[in-house]
Design a protein around this ligand. Structure first.
Ligand code: ADP
Length: 162
């Protein structure tokens, strides 16, 4: 049976850290659905549709990767796509605690869905969307952290001309 995994996240915005997980995930699974998930706890900088558009542009060379969005419960989305794997990335012990809790909660809701983790590549281990937004706000050069198709719209949104 072909494996189909869902990699959910806020991706606000997508970073080289996320792209690394996507690339590596696309080698592990037959199909990878990267999903912009609605997280009511976070106030996003980019709309879900904007994030999806940017991410489509960045992943078009990966033939088994698709970009989508999910506004409801993640496990319902996973099931509706006939997938049974949730992919997440881990950078640190602090990520672990949160991810562990999420994985257990998702399994309590639906025992047939497995969460699989890919460890960060060390060169991306400190990159987060939050850090990049903060750095960009102070006018820092963020070209090491995000591709040009993210940097341009991000600087514009934050109001820094560079
Ligand atoms: P969420 O709000 O769902 O945590 P994020 O967009 O912050 O969404 O992250 C999505 C997933 O990608 C999470 O599992 C997170 O741990 C992982 N991730 C984020 N940045 C990196 C990185 N630099 N290296 C590896 N995994 C990462």
């Amino acid at each position: 049976m072909a494996s189909r995994a869902v990699y959910p996240g806020s991706f606000d915005p997508i970073t080289y850290g996320h792209l690394d997980i996507i690339q590596r995930g696309s080698r592990v699974f037959d199909e990878l659905l990267v999903v912009v998930a609605d997280n009511p706890a976070k106030k996003p900088l980019f709309s879900m549709v904007e994030r999806v558009d940017i991410m489509k542009g960045l992943t078009k060379k990966l033939k088994n990767v698709k970009i989508d969005l999910c506004e409801g419960l993640l496990v319902d989305y996973v099931r509706s796509k006939k997938a049974n794997i949730i992919l997440r990335g881990i950078r640190s012990f602090s990520d672990f605690e949160y991810e562990f809790q999420m994985a257990l909660a998702n399994r309590a809701i639906s025992a047939d869905i497995e969460t699989v983790f890919i460890m960060t590549s060390e060169k991306y281990s400190y990159i987060s969307s939050r850090l990049i937004k903060e750095a960009a706000g102070f006018g820092a050069d963020i070209s090491k952290f995000v591709p040009e198709s993210v940097r341009g719209p991000l600087m514009k949104r934050i109001g820094v001309r560079k």
